[in-house]
Design a binder for this molecule. Sequence first.
Ligand code: G3I
Length: 337
Amino acid sequence: MHSKLNSLVLLVLVTAANAQLHLLARATGKQYFGTATDNPELVDKPYLKQLSNNHDFGQITPSNSMKWFATEPVQGKFNFTGAEEIVKLAKKNKQLVRGHNCVWHSQLADWVESGAFDNVTLTSIMIKHCYTLVKHFKGDILQWDVVNEPFNEDGTFRSTVFYDTIGESYIETALRSARAADPSAKLYINDYNIEGLSPKSTGMLNLVKSLKAKRAPIDGIGIQGHLIVGQLPSFDSIKSNLQAFTNLGVDVAITELDIRMPTPPTTDSLAQQKIDYETVVKACNEVKRCVGVTIWDWTDKYSWVPGVFTGEGAALPWDDDLKKKPAYDGIAAGLRG
Ligand code: G3I
């Protein structure tokens, strides 16, 4: 009896030592644990090796190359070179792909904003863009972020060329064109600062409720998760919010997780970051229809954070030298629950 218990303990310890994030996610009933990546990074051999480790990453998201500026830089002239490179890599590695994104006010092609198009024209431009993009990758994409960041912080709709010209219906129209292009892809609306209960997450809740009432094709809510160490909503707030979303009859996914801190990191800030990663991942783990977690790249070497927030960074579970940080074990703990 004693020796049986000992071997069980040993097994648990070995599993813990060999923790690999996607395998842990699968073992707990999630579809994947994944990471974003970007084309310029793929020439970095040690980076590519870990990116391709499908025991840690069972899913990848191109962080730039499916965006409008990259895929339709000139009206009607589509370019899928960068996006194809990442989809091909994912196939080779047996990794799932999240498509990011069809309609977003940022990293849009200049011609869309400067064209002063009327409602009818912009609607047809948007439908053509979404349909062509989603159709091109038909069968290759698990989930599409069809609409990205439609909300202001107070839960009202963000003023963008799409909202201002077409009105709220641009969201439903974009979803319908994506569904027509690839009926098997799960269609998401994706936003940040909707991790916990807030006016913005209420805005998302109401939008998805109204889309459901119209029988619009909406399958999931993407929760980006660009967070700050020590400043997360509480575990209960995150879990209740995820639960409230899934109660509408849609999936949720954490789509762009990173947790930044003032740089350089300290022992304390790294320890807090570990706790914070565990909090978010555990909340997803405990909500049945939270299907997976994606980090917004995996190494601090290629994080977007320092380029945008001066004096902040170190937001990812691997450091600049591609070494695991305590955050890695925090994620593993969150996945084990
Ligand atoms: O394409 C130009 C290139 O021609 C130029 O040489 C180079 C020099 O800096 O810049 C390139 O543009 C960069 C672009 O990514 C494409 O690589 C921009 O400077 C850079 O600011 C831009 O950052 C991206 C950012 O979105 C833009 O908002 C990040 O890589 C990307 O990770 C980030 O991702 C977003 C999600 O899509 C949506 N949610 C928020 C998240 C973080 O901002």
